[in-house]
Design a protein around this ligand. Structure first.
Ligand code: PEP
Ligand code: MN
Length: 338
């Protein structure tokens, strides 16, 4: 429930209301902005009588929030959440944030070379999986902690932000020390125990949409992280599984403006996992930019045919350069930079 407080309300009148809500077992979330005092009430508000709330002298109006997600909802917080990482801002009207790099960290030499080139072309952050969620237990599982060390070394040497996937909560300390943006992969979107632990971190969490998750389930997963104390969540649409087989997943670009209506969190798009095909990555990236995505996470490799994972969807440096050039022009159409 959202409660708007009268601008003329005295502190003691507000206290009367907040004390009553607290005693009744509800949590109060201060969602005030631009001199408008708004409280979000969290708990089973179906039991709350709107007339009882409006009868408090401090209250101007009260509304029920129709969605099960609260703290991540636009109704709770009108203005866009902007997440800062090492001087870069993600969300709001800030430049479209570009994360590029290989699917997996393969070696120090390889990652260092890719980092230099993608940064030169215009990426702000470097991606690279160290712990890889593979369908087959016989497939390359990632360099694990050695991969994390390589990411840290390259990030320091090249002064670039890093993004890498965490698969279990016992690795949080390692990630907090070494990685700038912690990715939750599609397969772990509903690993609620992991989400709760990530709620205790201050690091930005890039939360991918689950393989076959609804938007509501995805936003509820974001709610887990925010409700447990970490407001720095970046949503990442990476396509969902449908009956279509020509693409690895199905990307619905209407999700971008839709999620922006429902939530104040930044949303970025992964054109690589959503298509599974190198030749589709540029067009889908441009579509994501023009529909308002706050960023892109793109798999780029020096020699995609020989990549240790996801080579078919990894683009070359030349393709990345072309994408960035066109992306800058497309971004202008919606008064954004890239
Ligand atoms: C990845 O980013 O390499 C990855 C495994 O992505 P997803 O979780 O979206 O499949
Ligand atoms: Mn991948």
């Amino acid at each position: 429930m959202i409660i708007k407080i009268k601008s003329t309300a005295k502190p003691e009148e507000i206290e009367l209301l907040t004390n009553w809500l607290t005693i009744s077992g509800y949590q109060i979330h201060n969602a005030s902005s631009n001199n408008v005092k708004i409280y979000g009430v969290i708990g089973d508000t179906s039991l709350l009588d709107i007339d009882r709330i409006v009868s408090f002298s401090a209250v101007e109006e009260a509304h029920r929030v129709a969605t099960p997600f609260k703290k991540v909802s636009r109704a709770f917080k009108e203005e866009d959440t902007v997440i800062e990482v090492k001087g870069h801002k993600i969300g709001g009207n800030n430049p479209v944030f570009i994360i590029a790099g290989p699917c997996s960290v393969e070696s120090y030499e390889n990652l260092s070379m890719i980092a230099k080139i993608v940064q030169h072309i215009g990426a702000s952050a470097l991606r690279g999986g160290a712990y890889k969620p593979r369908t087959s237990p016989y497939a390359f599982q990632g360099l694990q902690s050695k991969g994390v060390d390589i990411l840290k070394r390259v990030s320091l040497e090249e002064n670039i932000i890093t993004c890498s996937e965490i698969m279990s909560s016992d690795k949080l300390e390692e990630f907090e020390k070494n990685i700038d943006i912690i990715q939750v992969g599609a397969r772990n979107m509903q690993n609620f125990e992991l989400l709760k632990v990530l709620g205790t971190s201050k690091k930005p969490i890039l939360l991918k949409r689950g393989l076959a998750s609804t938007i509501e389930e995805w936003l509820m997963s974001a709610e887990y992280i925010v409700a447990n104390g970490n407001p720095n969540v970046i949503l990442c649409e990476r396509g969902i599984r449908t009956f279509e087989k020509y693409t690895r997943n199905t990307l619905d670009v209407s999700v971008i403006p839709l999620v922006k209506k429902l939530s104040h969190l930044p949303i970025i798009v992964d054109p690589s996992h959503s298509t599974g095909k190198r030749d589709l990555v540029e067009a889908v990236s441009l579509a994501a930019i023009v529909t308002g995505a706050d960023g892109l996470i793109i798999e780029v490799h020096n020699n995609p045919e020989c990549a240790l994972s996801d080579g078919a969807q990894s683009i070359t440096f030349e393709q990345f350069e072309s994408l960035m050039k066109k992306g800058r022009r497309v971004a202008e159409v919606i008064d954004r930079k890239l």
